[in-house]
Design a binder for this molecule. Structure first.
Ligand SMILES: *[C@@H]1O[C@H](CO)[C@@H](O)[C@H](O)[C@H]1NC(C)=O
Ligand SMILES: *[C@@H]1O[C@H](CO)[C@@H](O)[C@H](O)[C@H]1NC(C)=O
Ligand SMILES: *[C@@H]1O[C@H](CO)[C@@H](O)[C@H](O)[C@H]1NC(C)=O
Ligand SMILES: *[C@@H]1O[C@H](CO)[C@@H](O)[C@H](O)[C@H]1NC(C)=O
Ligand SMILES: *[C@@H]1O[C@H](CO)[C@@H](O)[C@H](O)[C@H]1NC(C)=O
Ligand SMILES: *[C@@H]1O[C@H](CO)[C@@H](O)[C@H](O)[C@H]1NC(C)=O
Length: 512
């Protein structure tokens, strides 16, 4: 369905405006830029894409977890509770798509979070479902309350979040307080495997927010207790440089089992949340900020890496103990935005500059490929360039180790933070180019699909998945970077009323 632009954009809401810093005084947000397509028109196009994806999901998959757009069928990778619906809510809200908002909040009270026929990931359930509902609740009891047709559905967002957390909370009943991640809700069991840095360290924002909204302090305390093992890691060898940690954690003891890590999948959002907790409440979480600063300083000092063929580009290497692995991932592309956010909040231009350099590097992974989309995994070790990729490495400073693209958001996420910091329309252009490339390559059947090869014209075939984070993250950041100002936009001056969880669900900052 195509909706009128005048209906969907330009609706400035009352409330505190978060203006980007360094905006040239003669350029206002959304004023038609020199390029052909204005920010307003781009924002409307992204909404159009959101509605196409939603319609496909609603027709062929709802209330299952995700659409398989090529086969017009569905998957249930997230416990068959309707992951795409819950994950889409906060994006439908910021885009002010009232009809979709109400379809989703009519559905959420019907979810039975007590049963699942498949293993439940504490982490995935927290960042998608718990955060999706809490964000919806924050918006619909706050600046977007006019979008809900039925206030009982708004109350249910919080009661369902409580129901979900009460079902999950047995996971923390371990000798250490570090939770199990992979749960069998029907038996209150677990799979017995070690937990991980990201999966333990990406709970605290959501569980603390739930405590602050519900008045039940237990949720936050459970997540904070688990986090103490990450803030005070043991044994010492699992922290090869100050603040940089291994990834596997023994649930019985809370001890780390390795010294392998980076800003990569499995570790990533632990670092992200250290500074975001400080944004959420600087009074309670300044020790988290101190650990972020340690990790960031060690990253700049020890992990900064420039490809020999492109010394102008700044990547972050992974590590095993103190040995660098010159490889990274699409998932790590959020790091630019995280350094920029921290730099704003801490008043540190050096972190902002480093974040902008990282953002530029991950942009290179997009513009270097045949589709204009960056790969899942890439490397820049000049001794390991795969046959056939020498010219890519020579020209662009990286070679591809996994060529897929699963509709991930992290690179556009960093463009968004870079734009909110600098006000430089270059970043809006980058996000628009990425959006156009994604639209041109992944649009198929009833939606948008993961593809096999970002470096083949046309994308090398579809793998028939549209993960819920396409709604939650890709389309939200692609929209917000072009969208009118609003209190939930990241501010340029470090004073934020909202903080985005790792799934891009905005949560109200404590005390604002
Ligand atoms: C608070 O949350 C905990 C953890 O789920 C739960 O066991 C407890 O019953 C809750 N307390 C109240 C008063 O609801
Ligand atoms: C649902 O979970 C409860 C325990 O939480 C269990 O007793 C019950 O058998 C489960 N039902 C189904 C249909 O799996
Ligand atoms: C975790 O620690 C416990 C207690 O020391 C030990 O029995 C268990 O084997 C450890 N598990 C792993 C995976 O290292
Ligand atoms: C890590 O590297 C340091 C320095 O290279 C070395 O002294 C230490 O033994 C290594 N630790 C482990 C657990 O491999
Ligand atoms: C890549 O650059 C190296 C060093 O400049 C050069 O020897 C090689 O021929 C180049 N390969 C390609 C395919 O461009
Ligand atoms: C998005 O892709 C569709 C299908 O290929 C195309 O018709 C449409 O024009 C594209 N939108 C933009 C803004 O390029």
């Amino acid at each position: 369905m195509i909706i009128l632009k005048s209906v969907v954009v330009g609706a400035l809401l009352p409330g505190v405006l978060a203006l980007p810093r360094n905006l040239p005084t003669d350029i206002k947000l959304n004023k038609k830029a020199s390029s052909a397509v204005s920010a307003d028109e781009r924002a409307a196009e992204v909404i159009n894409t959101f509605r196409i994806a939603w319609d496909g999901y609603y027709k062929y998959a709802f209330p299952n977890d995700e659409l398989k757009p090529v086969s017009n069928s569905f998957g249930n990778s997230r416990n068959a509770w309707g992951a795409s619906a819950v994950d889409a809510l906060s994006t439908a809200l910021v885009m002010q798509q009232k009809d979709i908002v109400n379809e989703i909040i009519d559905y959420i009270p019907k979810i039975n979070f007590h049963n699942s026929s498949t293993d439940v990931s504490l982490f995935e359930t927290t960042i998608r479902y718990l955060a999706g509902m809490l964000s919806g609740y924050d918006f619909l009891t706050g600046p977007l309350e006019n979008l809900a047709d039925n206030t009982a559905n708004v109350d249910a967002l919080l009661s369902q979040a409580i129901s979900l957390a009460d079902t999950l909370s047995y996971a923390f009943e371990t000798p250490s307080g570090v939770p199990w991640n992979n749960l069998n809700l029907n038996t209150r069991g677990n799979d017995g495997s070690p937990n991980g840095l990201a999966t333990v360290g990406t709970l605290v924002l959501e569980w603390v927010r739930l405590s602050d909204l519900s008045g039940n302090a237990t949720y936050g305390k459970l997540a904070e207790k688990a986090e103490t093992y990450l803030l005070n890691p043991s044994p010492a060898w699992s922290e090869p440089w100050p603040g940089l940690l291994g990834m596997d954690i023994n649930v019985t003891t809370g001890e780390f089992l390795d010294a392998h890590g980076g800003w990569i999948g499995g570790a990533d959002s632990f670092y992200e949340y250290l500074i975001k907790m400080f944004v959420y409440d600087p009074n309670r979480y300044s020790s988290y900020k101190d650990r972020w600063v340690l990790a960031a300083d060690s990253t700049i000092k020890h992990l900064t890496s420039h490809p020999i063929t492109r010394p102008d580009i700044t990547f972050i290497a992974a590590f095993n103990n103190q040995t660098l692995d010159l490889s990274s991932q699409h998932l790590a592309g959020f790091a630019g935005g995280n350094f920029i956010l921290a730099g704003q909040v801490l008043g540190r231009q050096d972190y902002i500059d480093y974040g902008l350099a990282l953002t530029n590097a991950w942009h290179e992974t997009y513009i270097g490929t045949a589709t204009g989309i960056g790969p899942e995994i890439f490397g820049w070790d000049s001794t390991k360039v795969p046959a056939g990729q020498e010219s890519l490495f020579n020209k662009s400073g990286f070679y591809i180790q996994d060529s897929g693209y699963q509709l991930r958001p992290e690179v556009i996420e960093s463009f968004y933070y870079a734009y909110r910091e600098t006000g430089d329309t270059k970043y809006q252009e980058w996000a628009w180019d990425a959006y156009l490339a994604i639209n041109a390559t992944t649009r198929v059947g009833s939606g948008y699909s993961s593809i096999r090869d970002v470096n083949a014209v046309g994308g090398g075939g579809f793998s028939d998945e549209m993960e819920s984070f396409f709604f939650a993250e890709v389309l939200k950041y692609a929209y917000l970077i072009q969208a009118p100002d609003a209190e939930w936009q990241v501010s340029g001056d470090g004073k934020n009323s909202w903080v985005f969880n790792t799934e891009a669900h905005p949560l109200k900052v404590f005390g604002t």
